[in-house]
Ligand binder design. Structure first.
Ligand code: RIB
Ligand code: CA
Length: 309
């Protein structure tokens, strides 16, 4: 039995971020949680993280970070996650404030204090890029970066996925940092949907928390089903970045060179994955998650909900 991965979860809750937190609380050693603006303004993503940490009984330290991308102005995804950033249930008020507003310092200090830390960013990569820029030694010290972002197609644009699209300069810094990267892109995460039977399994997994989380999933799935052709529920994007570390046998992967486009009229924020079958091609900088055993993966989510206090 391998030891739980030691992680810092950097997130923008966000419904799927919330479930990434819940799975991490059960199956990881969460050294800390940091928040970033993305799905919602920083104040809301931080409030939502505080609520979810309470629901899963986690006392992990929480530090807020960047309230806007490195270069372009902030844009939020209330059209997917609602005005609160996590609509769909009457959630309890958070029991505790964030521990600080210094997420970047927390990331740097924590990674420098040990040599087995995974960063798990599930929102725009602003905080991670700022940490890597301020402390270039982190790239070699990190166990790795397991991120949700990018893919072989987009969602915010035909070519760019939201997390990368919102802060492509940050994403480029991360992919060029030299740190080992695990990438959960849309071509994978769209295969991991919160279908109605799976939502029902969450609902019945815990008498108090189950109905609340099912309400969140029904809201989130409603926006997905209404906006997409052929979806039976919301894609549980961010959970994949945690599962890649806790349950790697759920996935098939490939090693690829991935670059982030910054200047294309139609491709800014695109992750360009080099799939060429050439012997002479750039060496891989990322492990790309390609397929997931969705039924087994969702049973892990249900187990994590069941474990809430
Ligand atoms: O494109 C999907 C990503 O954008 C997920 O991380 C979701 O939470 C939103 O942040
Ligand atoms: Ca997210």
């Amino acid at each position: 039995m391998s030891l739980p991965p030691n992680i810092i979860l950097d997130c923008d809750p966000g419904h799927d971020d919330a479930f990434a937190l819940i799975v991490a609380a059960k199956f990881c050693n969460v050294l800390g949680v940091t928040t970033v603006a993305g799905n919602a303004p920083l104040e809301l993503t931080t409030r939502n993280a505080r609520i979810i940490l309470d629901l899963c009984g986690s006392t992990a330290p929480l530090h807020s970070g960047a309230d806007k991308p490195l270069v372009q102005p902030p844009v939020f995804a209330d059209y997917v996650h609602g005005k609160s950033g996590m609509d769909g249930a009457e959630l309890p008020e958070p029991s505790r404030p964030a521990d600080s507003t210094h997420a970047i310092d927390f990331i740097i200090d924590t990674v420098r204090s040990r040599d087995d830390v995974w960063l798990v960013p599930t929102g725009p990569l602003t905080n991670v890029a700022l940490a890597l820029t301020r402390a270039p030694d982190l790239a070699a010290r990190l166990r790795g970066i397991s991120l949700m972002g990018g893919g072989r197609f987009g969602n915010r644009t035909p070519s760019a996925e939201f997390n990368i699209w919102l802060d492509p300069e940050a994403a480029a810094t991360v992919f060029m940092s030299g740190a080992p990267i695990v990438m959960a892109g849309l071509h994978l995460t769209h295969e991991f949907q919160a279908s109605p039977p799976r939502i029902a399994a969450v609902e019945s997994a815990h008498p108090r928390v189950g109905p609340l989380l099912a309400g969140l999933l029904r809201f989130f799935s409603g926006t997905y089903v209404n906006r997409h052709v052929g979806f039976e529920g919301a894609a549980m994007h961010d959970v994949c970045s945690v599962l890649a570390l806790t349950h790697p046998d759920l996935f098939e992967t490939s090693s690829k060179y991935v670059a982030v486009d910054l200047h294309g009229n139609h491709t800014r924020g695109m992750t360009v994955i080099d799939d060429r079958q050439l012997i002479d091609r750039p060496s891989a900088n990322a492990t790309v998650l390609e397929t997931i055993d969705a039924d087994r993966g969702f049973s892990v989510i249900v187990d994590a909900v069941r474990a809430c206090p």
